[in-house]
Design a protein around this ligand. Structure first.
Ligand SMILES: [Zn+2]
Length: 241
């Protein structure tokens, strides 16, 4: 059986546009529903850390989807290739306003600075960096350094965290201190309870509240990646039959 996505892709363009507009209406209705609004209020009360994501405008990078986080919790900043300079006047102002507003509400900010790549084929990497993963990663580290200058190198109010996104598996890769990493794809088939201690080990200076509020994203990502791998296995079996 072809997947619904394949079927849609084979439709004439007008049908595909209608389908996208329908999907957009469904998302808008759900987002505005009382249940979804209350769920966001409750999520924010339970996980008060403000989560900001700097990312590429590539449509494959959808962090709420990949981490199973309710829509409206994560604040995205998108640009081609995720290429930013926090010294840009308007971006700097927007980001500073976001950080100051949350600080005034008693909340800290976790800043996920992302780059993306494909393990299966380098050509599926980030067009903004000509598919050069090392260049994309180096740029993410440069933004993290800028964030330290703007908001403090102790990282207690704003924690800049470099984070890879592998688009074949949708797995997040957290870059901690001294080259240590937490690759969610390594955790498929393992108990999610262990994520907390590994995150603590690679980011020992991360405030406890932030760590607690980052964990649901990693757990959600692990569930998402595991499910995708299960679907791939099923498709493989179908193809063999
Ligand atoms: Zn990109």
């Amino acid at each position: 059986m072809p997947s619904p996505a394949t079927l849609l892709h084979d439709q004439p363009i007008a049908r595909r546009i209608d389908a996208l507009l329908d999907l957009s209406r469904q998302h808008a209705e759900h987002f505005c529903s009382p249940g979804a609004w209350l769920a966001r209020q409750r999520y924010t009360a339970e996980h008060p850390t403000s989560i900001v994501v700097m990312k590429c405008m590539d449509g494959r990078i959808h962090i709420p989807h990949a981490t199973r986080t309710p829509l409206g919790i994560i604040t995205p900043f998108r640009n081609l290739g995720g290429i930013f300079d926090l010294g840009w006047p308007y971006l700097g102002e927007l980001l500073t306003d976001t950080v100051v507003d949350t600080a005034q509400a008693g909340r800290a900010t976790l800043m996920l600075i992302t780059y993306h790549f494909s393990r299966g084929n380098q050509a599926r990497g980030c067009a903004g960096f000509n598919c050069d993963t090392q260049a994309a990663k180096a740029h993410a580290y440069a933004i993290a350094e800028q964030a330290g200058k703007l908001f403090g190198h102790d990282h207690q109010q704003v924690y800049p965290l470099v984070c890879g996104f592998e688009t074949d598996s949708d797995a997040l890769i957290i870059h901690g201190k001294e080259g240590a990493t937490l690759d969610v794809s390594d955790w498929v088939g393992r108990a999610a309870e262990g994520l907390s201690s590994q995150l603590n080990a690679i980011c020992p200076d991360m405030p406890h509240d932030m760590l607690r509020d980052l964990l649901p994203l990693l757990e959600g990502n692990l569930a998402h990646v595991s499910e995708l791998q299960g679907v791939e296995r099923e498709l493989d079996i179908e193809h063999r039959e």
